[in-house]
Design a protein around this ligand. Structure first.
Ligand code: HEM
Ligand SMILES: CC(C)=CCC/C(C)=C/CC/C(C)=C/COP(=O)(O)OP(=O)(O)O
Length: 325
């Protein structure tokens, strides 16, 4: 083989690898993993075993990548019709559906094997149920047929915190289901803000997303209602469940006020795509920081710092009272 042939071979390999990488819709996966880490942080009270963390995140990545690849195969017709998705590997002809299917199955099998051998069976079954729900319930049954597609389908994207919790504890209790519900209730404002921006794309392929079927105003009202529910819901972790403390509570409070403000702006201006874009972007930051708040709050060091600050404050008051009294 000549030098030029070697370089061409190498470039081809990189192009193929890039196409398979794109099949997995990689930009969404980090946030799914962040919700997993938050659940693991709370479940382990801030002392996650690093090996367990790495294996769980790898297994979660492989499962999410498999789910997204299967979705790319199933939706190749509408992905070809929409401008936003036309350049994806299957509609653009870079990857054959059969090869993508083999890739997705290999990813799912590797994920399940990792969970079963290195974590536990429950977390593996939950990850697989995420793939099944996303494909069967969201992509097959609902996406093209129901205006409630992303509300019910949102349950798939809410499974990663359950996986994280089960990885640490081997079971599920109230707290992981609260985490599930937070992501579940967050999904409609997250997605419908985007749907307001790209309504015409969905209308063209007759996907019954809320703005297409019910219009911008009704969608903005629904976004407001879900935001109004999810923000108070985030505080259930502090009270009555006591899974998170004051640091998380403060972060959830600041984030919640901003989320409500943005959702209210959308409600006031349902046809303004810039305002919808701003809510969509904020929804991602919101979930990222909320989960970071859960993780930070779970660290023993955070509680030691708070105790230190509290003791210092208490001592200063006593000193002050002593001096003036
Ligand atoms: C049924 C539920 C959901 C639907 C229908 C949905 C839909 C979408 C769509 C269509 C995009 C634009 C992607 C693109 O331009 O290619 C997007 C972006 C995104 N979604 Fe969601 N989403 C859902 C749930 C979630 C969940 C549960 C998470 C993570 C917790 C998530 C995280 C993200 C992130 C991080 C982006 C931005 C990606 C980027 O940087 O472009 N989504 N979502
Ligand atoms: C535990 C586990 C493996 C869970 C899987 C969760 C999962 C893959 C959630 C993805 C949610 C999501 C970004 C949907 C995109 O919708 P769409 O397919 O309608 O987006 P599109 O219009 O960009 O194709």
């Amino acid at each position: 083989m000549t030098g030029t042939q070697v370089i061409r071979h190498h470039d081809n390999f990189l192009q193929v690898a890039k196409s398979y990488y794109q099949l997995t819709k990689p930009r969404i996966i980090p946030l799914l993993l962040i919700t997993t880490v938050a659940a693991m942080g709370i479940a382990s009270k801030g002392s996650i075993d690093p090996f367990l963390l790495c294996v769980t995140l790898l297994g979660g990545t492989l499962a999410a990548a498999s789910a997204q690849t299967l979705n790319c195969i199933y939706d190749r017709d509408i992905d070809h019709a929409m401008l936003r998705t036309r350049a994806r590997p299957i509609p653009s002809g870079r990857v054959r559906p059969l090869h993508a299917l083999i890739f997705a199955l290999v990813l799912a099998i590797c994920s399940l094997a990792l969970f079963i051998f290195f974590v536990n069976t429950l977390s593996g079954l939950l990850a697989m149920s995420g793939i099944a729900f996303y494909m069967l319930i969201y992509t097959h049954l609902l996406k093209r047929h129901s205006v409630q597609n992303i509300v019910i389908g949102g349950a798939a994207g809410s499974i990663p915190p359950l996986v994280g919790w089960a990885a640490v504890t081997g079971d599920l209790g109230w707290v992981p289901w609260i985490l599930f519900a937070i992501v579940f209730l967050w999904t409609p404002p997250h997605f419908w803000a985007l749907a307001l921006m790209i309504k015409d794309d969905y209308a063209e392929v007759e996907i019954p997303m809320m703005p297409v079927v019910k219009g911008e105003k009704e969608t903005a009202d629904q976004i407001w209602i879900y935001t109004l529910i999810v923000v108070p819901f985030t505080f259930l972790l502090v009270y009555p469940f006591g899974a998170c403390g004051i640091v998380y509570g403060l972060i959830a409070g600041v984030l919640g006020v901003s989320f409500l403000k943005k959702a209210w702006q959308v409600k006031q201006h349902p046809f303004d795509k810039d305002i919808a874009r701003s809510l969509f972007k904020f929804s991602i930051l919101y979930m990222m920081l909320l989960c970071a708040g859960m993780a930070i709050d779970s660290f023993p060091l955070t509680h030691q710092c708070i105790a230190l600050v509290g003791n210092g404050f208490h001592a200063s008051i006593e000193l002050f009272a002593h001096l003036i009294g």
